[in-house]
Design a protein around this ligand. Structure first.
Ligand SMILES: [Zn+2]
Length: 519
């Protein structure tokens, strides 16, 4: 490090101490971060926090908040009341969802080669067996491509179908992974999560169409249902589903332990048989859902806003604590912190608790669409949705031009551990819904804290929340929002693109059965 740069750093440190950090990252003075007020916000966050009591109420009293459910609406009403209690203007903004799905009682029992109760859950927006017990053998096929499916098609009639090999779930209580093991695991992840990544666009479209059609092809071939590998350790299950992809036959996620057991029994020539009864309810008519929206008006430019957001909806195997009760309650807490600390942001700060996230970011996509007209007045959208872990820093979402800005924004909270700025494209949450409108959108990086275990599983419960991490995350969100609201200028817009319309997954016409029994 040269003498010049040491002096420059020293000047920066002194400037930071006096609350003005000049950033000439992009255009002159427009992105100079004023850190005045950060101290008061951090003090409020760390010394008078309410994040855990709110999270406990949301998790334990309101419970899981499946979009379309009464609990989701109850959470909207409760958060509306909370924001108002903290002195904010607040409202519920409706958006049109789809049909609802309600989980009913179910039982899965292995009856051969021995009796065994299988820990399982119905996939969401999948039909049940109408409460009847449906019995049949388990078969495993390779349904990764249309060709491989054609080979196995004849074997699925009146059977419960495993469509792929068991995932590679490492036993962390055993010996550590070798390099070969990690390579094997990476291969499996690639096959499962980015199956078409390296294919050309035509092949990708063909494979995607096949993936959309597979449940219909299986039903047509007489399958009883699809078995899904929970793919987690220690009998943890996973969950997903959407009204944009209503399944034509039952789909059941089972523990990885049982999925791997079935596979071994098949190889040992002792095919398992299952007796399954499931009672789910699917409604067709589209229903309204709501985003909870609250605002602290700006003192100088109230027409420009910083959006702080997180999804309020959750899956229903646990109580949706770390996905995403933690993000939602940190968003609520950031509002409380700013309101209670007495600082006045120059631009408005808007807090949005989205619903419909788990079904495809639907609530935030509808929100961004409904507010497209004000996209150029949205300074930025900052979202929290990676579990209970403390914020470790920011992911730039391709905006490398904003690295200096984020380093300056996080400077006051670097001592709390939020000190990294990396260029990563974060997927799978609500900031994505704003990017097509040119709005700078970011999803904070967080410590992992076993999120792989709690994510969508039965162990997503309040006892998994880490208080000190969530107090830190609330502080980082409040400080970031306040500093972004006080920037002299607007952050340069991102590249615009056509937003993906919210619509049902396309299934090949030849597979759609019209009239009785159609889906
Ligand atoms: Zn989430």
């Amino acid at each position: 490090m040269t003498r010049g740069s040491i002096v420059r750093l020293y000047v920066l440190a002194v400037a930071a101490a006096f609350g003005v950090l000049p950033i000439r990252a992009v255009r002159g003075q427009e992105l100079t971060v004023d850190t005045t007020g950060a101290g008061a916000l951090i003090d409020e966050a760390l010394n008078r926090s309410e994040v855990m009591q709110n999270l406990q109420y949301l998790s334990d009293v309101i419970g899981p908040r499946l979009t379309g459910s009464a609990a989701a609406r109850r959470a909207n009403d409760w958060t509306l009341e909370r924001f108002k209690a903290y002195g904010l203007d607040a409202r519920l903004e409706p958006w049109q969802f789809g049909g609802t799905w309600t989980r009913g009682p179910m039982r899965v029992r292995m009856t051969a080669p021995r009796s065994h109760d299988v820990s399982a859950a119905s996939w969401a927006w999948a039909p049940g067996t109408g409460g009847a017990t449906v019995t049949g053998p388990v078969v495993r096929i390779d349904a990764t491509t249309p060709d491989s499916f054609a080979v196995h098609r004849g074997r699925v009639k009146q059977a419960w179908v495993m469509t792929r090999a068991p995932s590679l779930v490492w036993n962390n209580d055993g010996p550590p992974m070798t390099a070969a093991d990690s390579e094997r695991q990476r291969d499996v992840f690639r096959t499962v999560f980015t199956p078409f990544r390296d294919a050309d666009s035509v092949t990708r479209a063909r494979r995607q169409q096949f993936a959309n059609d597979l449940p219909y092809l299986l039903r047509r071939a007489g399958a009883l249902g699809i078995l899904v590998d929970g793919s987690k350790e220690h009998a943890l299950l996973n969950m997903s589903g959407s009204p944009n992809r209503i399944l034509p036959l039952p789909q059941v996620v089972i523990t990885h332990e049982d999925y791997a057991l079935f596979d071994r029994l098949l190889q040992a020539g002792a095919p398992p048989r299952l007796a399954v009864s499931i009672s789910n309810t699917i409604t067709r008519d589209s229903v309204p859902q709501w985003n909870t929206v609250a605002e602290i008006p700006g003192s100088e430019r109230p027409g420009q806003v910083v959006i702080v957001g997180a999804h309020l909806d959750s899956w229903d195997l646990g109580t949706g604590t770390t996905d995403n009760g933690t993000g939602a309650m940190c968003t609520l807490e950031a509002a409380r912190i700013i309101a209670r600390s007495g600082v006045r942001p120059k631009r408005s700060i808007r807090f949005v608790l989205f619903t419909g996230e788990e079904q495809g970011l639907i609530g935030s996509r509808k929100y961004a669409e409904a507010h497209a007209g004000e996209a150029d007045s949205i300074q930025a959208v900052i979202v929290l949705d990676n579990g209970t872990g403390a914020i470790s820093g920011q992911a730039l979402q391709g905006r490398t031009d904003l690295e200096g800005l984020w380093r300056a924004v996080l400077a006051p909270v670097a001592r709390l551990g939020a000190d990294s700025v990396v260029n990563r494209n974060k997927t799978g949450t609500d900031h994505l819904s704003f990017l097509p409108y040119g709005v700078p959108g970011f999803n904070f990086n967080q410590l992992e804290r076993g999120y792989g275990h709690t994510h969508h599983s039965q162990s997503d419960t309040y006892d998994m929340a880490v208080a000190s991490d969530l107090m830190q995350a609330s502080a980082v969100m409040a400080v970031s929002a306040y500093e972004l609201a006080n920037l002299p200028g607007l952050i340069p817009r991102g590249e615009r693109s056509a937003p993906t319309p919210v619509e049902a997954v396309k299934v090949s016409d030849s597979l759609i059965v019209t009239g009785r029994g159609s889906h």
